[in-house]
Design a binder for this molecule. Structure first.
Ligand SMILES: Cc1cc2nc3c(=O)[nH]c(=O)nc-3n(C[C@H](O)[C@H](O)[C@H](O)COP(=O)(O)OP(=O)(O)OC[C@H]3O[C@@H](n4cnc5c(N)ncnc54)[C@H](O)[C@@H]3O)c2cc1C
Length: 379
């Protein structure tokens, strides 16, 4: 069987890549070794944010991707709780307020819709603690339910005839000059013009037999879910320190970083994050870490202390060494396109990633963003 593009991985990145390739009129197939989106996309929040990015490539991509998410919901319907509810960053000292004011100014220069408030934030978020000094508000930031987004895309593509093959692992890849032959775990073989590896933290497992690799490794994160209650959380709320944690690229094998990030879901539960640590592929929940991140969140929104924790889980962010996603053909195997390394912004960046990969496959635009995302930048 010969197809134009085989998408490996049905997480949020593979979903948007498959959709964008299909929109270009290519014959696409999606393969996952589990069911739909069994990896990191299932164990995360769903924030689509500009507020946690310094000016630069990541901010530009996030802004473009938020617009692409909006187009997605307008074109296909909003069946994934996409909600441009905004985000609020909280400063709790004069020094943090100064840093936050600077971030807002710098983002405004880049054309991002955001503002700094040193009073009057109760209209936006009524439950912030009494030590709040200032807030930054990004009204266009959004939230989505990532699993519903993957379901929406899968349903739509399957209805259009795109095959999804679940519980099929890629066992072998044979890249050639005109395409790639793929051996699946059920013994089937598929020939594709391109193979798009949207395999998140497991990308090097797939590449290892070819002697290839990309600098992606798992960075674990925890989330605690609070019961429904009377604490109003209108936007996504983060403490000022969250951005530094999210943007850090230091690999300290012993440190566990936590910073508050709080979001209410459509069903009324509240997700409290977040932690960052390098713990290999271990996804077990560490209650000390959960307690630390809950303390961070209660510091920002003290009323959360009255809600009970109903569950906690951990997931593995695909961390890339320089903090930027890795998108493009692999040097030495140009028909293999990787799209990974989105760390804690994979949902936010999924829509633009789909467009960049489709441009690479369909238009031969192999160096999106001037090569800044290309795997060869690490050579
Ligand atoms: C605690 C936490 C909170 C987060 N919060 C946010 C947030 O608020 N906003 C945001 O934008 N991002 C967030 N993220 C990050 C986001 O979840 C990831 O960046 C994103 O899910 C990565 O998607 P992916 O499709 O690349 O990976 P995955 O979802 O892991 O998909 C990879 C897929 O590849 C498949 N696969 C792997 N190997 C094979 C093989 N050999 N054969 C077949 N299939 C294979 C896997 O089964 C899997 O389905 C968070 C992450 C965590 C852990």
């Amino acid at each position: 069987m010969r197809i134009d593009a085989l998408v490996v991985g049905s997480g949020i990145i593979g979903s948007f890549v498959a959709l964008a390739l299909h929109e270009r009129g290519l014959r696409v197939m999606v393969v996952d070794r589990g069911g739909l989106a069994p990896g990191t996309s299932r164990s995360s929040d769903g924030n689509l944010l500009c507020s946690d990015k310094s000016p630069g490539l990541m901010l530009e991509l996030s802004d473009r991707s938020l617009k692409a998410w909006t187009r997605f919901a307008e074109r296909y319907g909003n069946h994934c709780e996409f909600d441009p509810k905004g985000s609020t960053v909280v400063a709790r000292s004069a020094a943090e307020a100064e840093g936050l004011a600077e971030l807002v100014r710098a983002q405004q220069v880049e054309g991002i819709n955001c503002r700094f408030l040193d009073a009057g934030w109760a209209e936006i978020e009524p439950h912030l603690g009494p030590d709040t000094v200032a807030v930054g508000h990004w009204p266009d930031d959004a939230q989505v339910q990532p699993m519903l987004a993957c379901y929406q895309i899968a349903r739509q593509l399957q209805a259009a005839g795109v095959p999804y093959r679940f519980y099929q692992a890629i066992e072998e890849l044979e890249p050639g000059d005109t395409g790639v032959t793929v051996q699946l775990s059920d013994g089937g073989r598929i020939s594709a013009g391109h193979v798009c590896l949207c395999t998140g933290v497991w990308t090097n497992e797939v590449l290892a037999p070819l002697g290839l690799s990309v600098p992606v490794e798992p960075r674990k994160g925890h989330i605690a879910v609070l019961e429904r209650g009377d604490v109003q959380v209108n936007s996504k709320i983060a403490d000022f320190g969250y951005q530094a944690a999210a943007e850090s690229t230091e690999v300290d094998e012993t440190a566990v970083q936590t910073a508050a990030i709080i979001e209410a879901t459509r069903s009324g539960t509240i997700l409290c994050g977040s932690s960052r640590e390098f713990a290999g592929f271990d996804m077990s929940v560490n209650m000390d870490t959960v307690q630390r991140l809950l303390a961070d969140c209660v510091g920002v929104v003290p009323d959360l202390a009255r809600l009970r924790v109903i569950r906690a889980y951990a997931g593995l962010r695909p961390f890339s060494r320089d903090g930027h996603p890795i998108i493009g053909p692999l040097p030495g195997a140009e028909r293999l396109i990787v799209a990974t390394g989105h760390e804690g912004a994979g949902h936010g960046l999924a829509a633009i990633t789909g467009e960049l990969v489709a441009a690479c496959v369909a238009d031969g635009d192999t160096h999106p963003c001037g090569g800044q995302l290309h795997p060869e930048r690490f050579a």
